[in-house]
Design a protein around this ligand. Structure first.
Ligand code: HAM
Length: 418
C-alpha cells in the first residue's frame, strides 16, 4: 500500500464543510475590506524566497522543498504567499496602476518542519497584502480584517500581540547592542542561537528553548531604539486598534521568522492551541517591492494558518447540511422512473440521491435513514402507473401521495426552498 507523505494531510469529506465555512468567511471578510483575490503559483524560482524571506531564516535554511527543474533551474514549493504576491505585483507592473491595491489569497503552502499537532508540511493559509499605503490606518485595516474574521468564526481565547521592528536604520543601531549582549551570554544559548548571533541575532529573542529565554530575559529591547518616525507610526497603529475596540498586548520579543518586516509586526495566538499557538501573523514590509525589482511601494499584510483555525472552530459554527431527498424506486417501471425523477429533482435545485443497489422498500428506507435525508420518495410500479409517488417525511414518518407532475414543486415548498 502506498501511503501519503508524513506531515501532509488529506482533508476528508467529513472535514470539508468546516473548510468551506472558513474559506467562505475569509472571502466574505476580504471582500468587505476591498481585497481582491489573486492566485499565484504553487512554485517559483528558489531565489525569490531566499531574497525576500531572507537567506539566514529557518524557512530558507532548513524548511524549503527545493528541487531542480529539468533544465537545472532551482525551483521551490512556496513556503508562504507574500513573496509570490510581490513578485506578481512587480512583474505585472501593478504599481503603474492607481494605488492602493489590495490582494488576498487562499491555498496550500509547504515547509519541511518537524510535523506535530498544528504543524504540517503542507498547510493552508488565507493571506492579504495591502500595497501602496504608508499611513498607519492601512496597518489597522489589515489587523481589523484579521480580528473580525477570527472573531466572526467564534475562535476562543485569542490574543493579539503587537511589536514594532523599527526602520532598517533603527535596527542598524540596535543590532550591534544586541550582538554585544548575546556574546556576553553565549555559553547559556543553544547551539542554533550561538550560530544566529552572527547570522540573524534578532531570531535569538524568539527561541523557544527555556535556557535561551532565561538568558535573554533582560536583553536590550528594540523598542528603546525606535526613531521618532517608527515610534509615531507604532503609536498610531495602537491608537487605531483601541479606537476600534480591538484588544492587544505589547510583546517586545515578537520578532517574526521572516526578514522582510519593518515597523509593525503582529501575531495572534490562542491558548486553546498547543505548542504551535500562532493562528495568524503579519506586519509591514515597506522595502520588499523594491528589493524584488519594483519601485518603492509600502505594504502590509498577514497570513492565517487555516488548519489552526479549523481545529479551534466551535461545533456550533458548523453549517447544518441542506435538506435532501432520497428516491426509493423499485420494480421494472419504478426503477427507470426513479432515474428520471432524480434528474428532474436535481434540475429543480433539490439535492436528491438514491442507492441503486437497494431492491426492497426496507433496504431503501434504511439508506434514507443513514443518509439523514429529510424526505424519501417511494416509487414502485403501482405508483408509476397511477402517476403518483408517496412522499415520506423521514423524521415524523408522515406520508402523503403527491402527483408526479407536482412532485418537485411540492418538495421545494416542503423544504422551504420555494
Ligand atoms: P508566518 O508567521 O510564517 O507568516 O505564517 C503565518 C501563519 O501560518 C502562522 O501563524 C501559522 O498559523 C501558519 N503556519 C505557518 N507554518 C505552519 C505549519 N508548518 N503548519 C501549519 N500552519 C503553519 C507568513 O507566512 C507571512 N507570509 C505572513 C504575512 C503576509 N506577512 C505579511 N503578509
Amino acid at each position: 500500500m502506498i501511503k501519503g507523505i508524513k506531515g501532509i494531510k488529506d482533508i476528508l469529506p467529513e472535514e470539508t464543510p468546516r473548510w468551506r465555512l472558513i474559506e467562505e468567511a475569509a472571502r466574505r471578510w476580504a471582500d468587505r475590506y476591498g481585497f481582491q483575490e489573486i492566485r499565484i503559483p504553487i512554485f517559483e524560482v528558489t531565489a525569490l524566497f531566499a531574497r525576500s524571506i531572507g537567506a539566514t531564516t529557518d524557512i530558507v535554511e532548513k524548511e524549503m522543498y527545493t528541487f531542480p527543474d529539468r533544465d537545472g533551474t532551482s525551483l521551490t514549493l512556496r513556503p508562504e504567499g507574500t513573496a509570490g504576491t510581490v513578485r506578481a505585483f512587480v512583474e505585472h507592473h501593478r504599481a503603474a496602476d492607481p494605488l492602493p491595491q489590495k490582494y488576498y489569497y487562499l491555498g496550500p503552502m509547504f515547509r519541511h518542519e518537524r510535523p506535530q499537532a498544528g504543524r504540517l508540511r503542507q498547510f493552508h493559509q488565507f493571506g492579504v497584502e495591502s500595497f501602496g499605503t504608508q499611513d498607519a490606518r492601512a496597518d489597522v485595516e489589515v489587523i481589523a480584517l484579521l480580528w473580525r474574521f477570527l472573531t466572526d468564526l467564534a475562535l476562543p481565547a485569542l490574543t493579539l500581540e503587537m511589536n514594532s521592528l523599527g526602520t532598517s536604520e533603527d535596527r542598524a543601531t540596535y543590532l550591534p547592542v544586541l550582538v554585544t549582549f548575546l556574546e556576553g551570554r553565549r555559553d547559556r544559548l543553544c547551539e542554533n542561537c550561538r550560530r544566529r548571533i552572527a547570522t540573524n541575532p534578532l531570531r535569538v529573542l524568539d527561541c523557544k528553548v527555556p535556557g535561551c529565554r532565561a538568558a535573554t530575559e533582560d536583553a536590550p529591547q528594540l523598542t528603546a531604539y525606535l526613531s521618532s518616525e517608527a515610534k509615531d507610526h507604532f503609536d498610531r497603529v495602537l491608537e487605531g486598534l483601541t479606537m476600534l475596540g480591538i484588544p492587544y498586548r505589547l510583546n517586545p520579543r515578537l520578532v517574526r521568522g521572516l526578514d522582510y518586516y519593518c515597523l509593525t509586526a503582529f501575531e495572534i495566538t490562542s491558548s486553546h492551541l498547543g505548542a504551535q499557538n500562532a493562528v495568524a501573523a503579519g506586519g509591514r514590509y515597506d522595502g520588499l517591492v523594491e528589493a524584488l525589482g519594483g519601485p518603492r511601494v509600502p505594504a502590509v499584510g498577514f497570513a492565517v494558518g487555516l488548519e489552526r483555525v479549523s481545529v479551534m472552530l466551535p461545533e456550533q459554527r458548523l453549517p447544518i447540511s441542506a435538506p435532501s431527498v432520497y428516491v426509493a424506486a423499485f420494480g421494472t417501471e419504478g426503477g427507470p422512473a426513479g432515474v428520471r425523477l432524480l434528474d428532474e429533482l436535481r434540475r429543480a435545485g433539490i439535492s436528491a440521491q438514491s442507492d441503486y443497489r437497494s431492491q426492497t422498500l426496507k433496504a431503501h428506507l434504511r439508506q434514507a435513514d443513514r443518509g439523514k435525508h429529510r424526505f424519501a420518495v417511494l416509487l414502485g410500479d403501482d405508483e408509476v402507473r397511477r402517476g403518483f409517488a408517496v412522499v415520506r417525511n423521514m423524521e415524523t414518518k408522515a406520508q402523503a401521495e403527491v402527483t408526479l407532475a407536482n412532485l418537485a414543486r411540492h418538495l421545494l415548498s416542503e423544504m422551504g426552498l420555494f
